[in-house]
Design a protein around this ligand. Structure first.
Ligand code: ATP
Ligand code: MG
Length: 419
């Protein structure tokens, strides 16, 4: 083979596409019910946008950016995530303010130069939402409920919501220094990445997947209670959120390691985890980001949002239902036999489609047996067989593929029957 797709980038083939469409339809329906509107932003942005929003020291910015200089010598990047571009667009077009709630959703490809493995690609797709304009924990709860109800609509049950609070400008630095003080004696035993995190962003040490590092942090996590590292405001927010979720019967688990890999989060962070996926088990990640709009030069507009990883969601759907690869849904297949029949078939095909019937025909002059085989493969309900005899009598043979029976009727009767 001469050409292959790039490493970590994959084709979504027609047999899988119906699953993607099903997910997209379920999401769109929920977004409408929750009053979110779609926004589409460009795939390329200025590199600086993410360096600023996601954070210089995060993996996404320091290692994973698809950035380059374009012909005009601008530093540009294929977007690694959706939130920063949406905040940029909202400020550019005046979509958000303190006085109103703005709820947006998006679908689209994201790009991260990561090591490709199961559930991890260099081009992947996210569907996500952002809600601007309120610091109320009820809005955090709404976003969590929205994610949960999308999964529920898709028939997925083996999912868990992990919840945490990472504090705010006020309490986060205090927690960082507590962590640094505690880890001082242990840092020599920790991994290289944790050394960097210790200097730049100690909270991220809690997220380290290496067993040695986790053993060390286990102890400190046990010492700190569910929320006693938070200031009064963050603690109150966290408690209220938990009680709203309780009252809505949303199950969740407090996970103090859930600090997320993007710097803009404040207060609430959450993930939806699937037990049927392997190591890359998060299908949805989200949280609150109350400072990002202001950091981008806007007024102080609090916000909260999530992103669902579409490839991982498709994977769970496939695991749940081995037959999830849906067949094309053709109602009528037209099988002409001979030149004259073919021109009639073209006419019938167009008439059937105009009548709202999904229809197709053979374009390869195949024998009847081969045509029936194709009709079967594409899941056609009926096959219209048209030979010289039928042409003369001005009728057609209609074969019911399920009942395995056939009869001679007029084309008008065929249309009436299928409709
Ligand atoms: P992870 O810990 O799995 O790398 P993350 O914290 O980097 O996730 P987010 O930036 O929060 O992920 O993105 C939200 C969701 O997008 C993830 O929960 C996951 O489902 C999906 N996702 C993230 N990176 C990738 C990737 N490289 N390939 C496929 N899906 C991804
Ligand atoms: Mg990641």
């Amino acid at each position: 083979m001469k050409y292959q797709s790039l490493r970590g980038m994959k084709d979504i083939l027609p047999e899988e596409a119906p699953l993607w469409q099903k997910i997209e339809a379920a999401c769109s329906k929920k977004f409408q019910q929750f009053n979110y509107q779609e926004i589409r932003t460009p795939i390329m942005e200025m590199t600086e946008l993410f360096a600023r929003a996601v954070g210089q020291s995060t993996d996404i910015v320091s290692k994973e950016m698809y950035s380059f200089t374009d012909k005009g010598n601008r530093n540009v990047v294929l977007r690694p995530e959706g939130t920063a571009p949406i905040v940029r667009a909202c400020l550019e077009h005046n979509l958000i303010s303190k006085d109103k709630i703005t709820k947006l959703y998006y679908f689209g490809p994201m790009f991260r130069y990561e090591r490709p493995q199961a559930g991890r690609y260099r081009q992947f797709h996210q569907v996500g939402i952002e809600a601007f304009g309120s610091a109320d924990p009820a809005l955090d709860a709404e976003t969590i409920l929205l994610a949960v109800s999308i999964f529920k609509d898709l028939g997925l049950t083996d999912l868990e919501v992990d919840l945490n609070s990472v504090g705010c400008k006020e309490c986060r630095p205090r927690f960082d220094s507590r962590l640094r003080a505690y880890l001082k004696g242990f840092i020599v035993q920790m991994c290289e990445d944790c050394h960097i995190r210790y200097k730049k962003n100690p909270l991220r040490i809690l997220d380290c997947k290496k067993p040695t590092c986790q053993n060390i942090t286990n102890e400190i996590l046990q010492k700190i209670g569910d929320s006693d590292y938070l200031c009064a405001d963050c603690k109150d927010h966290f408690e209220k959120l938990k009680s709203i979720l309780d009252s809505l019967s949303v199950n969740y688990k407090i996970n103090k390691r859930l600090v997320r890999g993007l710097d803009y989060y404040t207060k609430t962070t959450y993930e939806v985890i699937s037990s049927s996926l392997g190591a890359q088990n998060a299908v949805c990640g989200g949280g609150r980001y109350d400072n990002l709009v202001e950091d981008f030069g806007g007024s102080s507009v609090p916000a909260v949002g999530f992103a669902i990883g579409m490839e991982r969601l498709v994977e769970i759907m496939k695991l749940k239902d081995q037959n999830a690869k849906l067949k094309a849904n053709v109602q009528l297949y037209i099988a002409p036999l001979g030149e004259e029949a073919k021109s009639k078939a073209v006419e019938y095909l167009q008439k059937a489609r105009e009548a709202g019937i999904s229809a197709d025909m053979d374009y390869q002059d195949k024998k009847l047996k081969a045509q029936l085989k194709i009709a079967n493969a594409i899941g056609a309900k009926y096959v219209l067989i048209l030979g010289d005899d039928e042409l003369k009598k001005n009728i057609v043979v209609l074969r019911d593929m399920q009942a395995n029976s056939q009869e001679e009727i007029t084309f008008e009767e065929v249309l009436a029957r299928i409709r």
